[in-house]
Design a protein around this ligand. Structure first.
Ligand SMILES: NC(=O)c1ccc[n+]([C@@H]2O[C@H](COP(=O)([O-])OP(=O)(O)OC[C@H]3O[C@@H](n4cnc5c(N)ncnc54)[C@H](O)[C@@H]3O)[C@@H](O)[C@H]2O)c1
Ligand SMILES: O=C(O)[C@H](O)COP(=O)(O)O
Length: 528
């Protein structure tokens, strides 16, 4: 598999990728060149510079994953990627401290005119009276967006003895309270803040959030810091507010257009502090995001779920701890179920029994669908596109949950209904990680879902296994393991044989023709 690293990321991340894949590092590709080369790649790594547009995604015939070595994914057309089943993942935590500290540096630089004073000294001047500053202590800091960076800034601001107010309609009031932050409405923050700092994503809702109107509602003399995203503040309106004295100063790291437009009105003003999108630029942060994104890409290309995928619902760590060991066996159960099912699958019920029923199991259900759809579809089915593909094919998927369990601490049962038949497969973990199939169509078994399995329900009479074994032997097909599963009702059994190679169709037909064999299915668990 081939990876294109299109923006500068730390060598540690690139080395990690190189241990597994062929990696090309090519920075500053013009858009048309990116579109030309992208079909050759399975994964793309970017920061904020490369724009991954719909045109790039449409051209990316083999792309499976886009990794953003950082937080903001506003340079990636996530919707277009999702439609194509391309996983978009980011590295949300690696640069949090760097951006938080940059915000504090910008706030202090703004309060004490440090860049302006520095520039005069470099010019040979000694001007003490020109640069009267203000203190942070006792001032009100308004935070828009109390996520990772917003919360980090809040903690540090409180150490500087500031009062902190925040606007974030999506966070829990108790979390804010635990931080010592008062959550209030936007207008209240705007009216009260002496310093106002932005830590929001750029979305349709936040674009232009601070425009002409908002500046009118601010306390006169407010100082504004934006280390989040250009576009959240209307730069023209900010320049005007700075000139009118509504805003006393602004410290800006991110711009509507990057690299900054030489005509940007902020460049001509003295009461601004500008940095060229340096929030994440620390050695520590760059190693952190590069390694995190490399790990995400490796997982994605192995077909494992990616906890940092932005086009999948996020999974809290305590839930992940419970469900992660089940992904593999769930996928294999899906694979087995689709092989058992003759005909068009219309309903998939996934039942969870035991402790697992108490957490969010949607991703385990997605693993079942992935395992079910991959063997029958040309396109690659993954954790992003599996639910959408199932829906588009008219498959009704339902989860059933019960804490009750009979023989196993946790049990997952997949029931599929087709236009002709109904089948079931149940699976669990032995120990903490060993996936096992423990029931097939009501027959109790204990099967490791690996390699090739021949499954044959048959009449319960002597010689059945011997007859099938003889046919396999005649065709030089080695049997690696065998067991017979029983049901409560006497009369039929199921044989499950692990074989070491594919069984050609004519041989399968001979097996199916054996007197007493009620059907024979061959499952290749390694194909998906
Ligand atoms: N300057 C840099 O180099 C740099 C570095 C890292 C992150 N960033 C940017 O900083 C921003 C924050 O990053 P983070 O890691 O803290 O993200 P985060 O997801 O942890 O926090 C964002 C917060 O914004 C809130 N929010 C979303 N929409 C909102 C709205 N309409 N109104 C109010 N609140 C809203 C969310 O509830 C969330 O709590 C992002 O834009 C990110 O891209 C910039
Ligand atoms: O969203 C982010 O992570 C920051 O804006 C950093 O962007 P960068 O990786 O281009 O420095």
């Amino acid at each position: 598999m081939r990876i294109l690293v299109a923006d500068p990321v730390s060598a540690e991340g690139v080395k990690l990728l190189e241990q597994h894949f062929e990696v090309d590092v090519r920075h500053k590709l013009p858009p048309e060149e990116l579109i030309r080369v992208i079909p050759a790649y399975d994964a793309l790594v970017v920061r904020s510079e490369t724009k991954v547009t719909k045109a790039v995604i449409d051209a990316a015939a083999n792309l499976k994953v886009i990794g953003r070595a950082g937080v903001g994914v506003d340079n990636i057309d996530v919707e277009a990627a999702t439609k194509r089943g391309i996983i978009v993942l980011n590295a949300p935590e690696g640069n949090t401290v760097a951006a938080t500290e940059h915000t504090m540096a910008m706030m202090l630089a703004l309060a004490r005119n440090i860049p302006q004073a520095h520039a005069t000294m470099k010019a040979g001047e000694w001007q003490r009276s020109k640069f009267m500053g203000v203190e942070l202590r006792g001032k009100t800091l308004g935070i828009l967006g109390l996520g990772r960076i917003g919360a980090g800034v809040a903690k540090r601001a409180m150490a500087m003895e500031m009062t902190v107010l925040a606007y974030d309609p999506f966070i829990n009031a108790d979390n804010a309270k635990a931080l010592g932050v008062e959550l209030v409405e936007l207008d209240e923050v705007l009216a009260a803040a002496d310093f106002l700092t932005l830590h929001l994503p750029l979305t349709a809702d936040t674009r232009g959030l601070l425009g002409q109107d908002a500046f009118k509602r601010m306390k006169r003399g407010v100082r504004i810091i934006n280390c989040a995203r250009g576009g959240i503040i209307d730069e023209g309106a900010l320049a005007q507010a700075l000139q009118d004295g509504i805003v006393a100063g602004a410290a800006i790291d991110v711009f509507e257009k990057e690299p900054i437009d030489p005509n940007n009105p902020l460049l001509g003003l003295n009461n601004v502090v500008l940095t060229p999108h340096l929030g994440a630029s620390t050695a520590e942060a760059q190693v952190g995001v590069a390694v995190d994104v490399a790990r995400g890409i490796i997982a994605a290309l192995r077909g494992e779920p990616v906890t940092t995928a932005v086009n999948l619902a996020p999974i809290p760590p305590h839930v992940l701890e419970v469900i992660q060991p089940y992904f593999k066996v769930a996928e294999k159960m899906g694979c087995l179920a689709v092989h058992l099912a003759d005909g068009r699958i219309s309903v998939v019920d996934v039942e969870y029994n035991g402790d697992i029923s108490e957490v969010d199991t949607r991703l385990v259900t997605t693993a079942v669908l992935k395992g079910m759809l991959n063997p029958i579809l040309q396109e690659k089915v993954n954790y992003v596109n599996a639910p959408g593909i199932a829906k588009a094919r008219g498959i009704k998927v339902k989860e059933i949950k019960s804490k009750e369990t009979a023989n196993f601490a946790n049990l997952i049962t997949v029931r599929v209904r087709t236009d002709k038949t109904a089948h079931m497969v149940a699976g669990t973990l032995f120990g903490k990680t060993e996936g096992r199939i423990v029931m097939i169509d009501g027959y109790r078994v204990d099967v490791e879902p690996e390699g090739w399995l021949l499954i044959g329900p048959h009449i319960d009479k002597p010689g059945m296994v011997g007859k099938v074994g003889t046919i396999l032997g005649e065709h030089n097909i080695n049997i690696a393991g065998m067991q017979v599963g029983r049901t409560e009702q006497a009369g039929t059994n199921i044989m499950v044989m692990a074989v070491e190679s594919d069984i050609p169709t004519p041989v399968m037909l001979r097996i199916k023709a054996v007197d007493g064999i009620l059907g024979a299915k061959l499952v290749n668990f390694n194909a998906g």
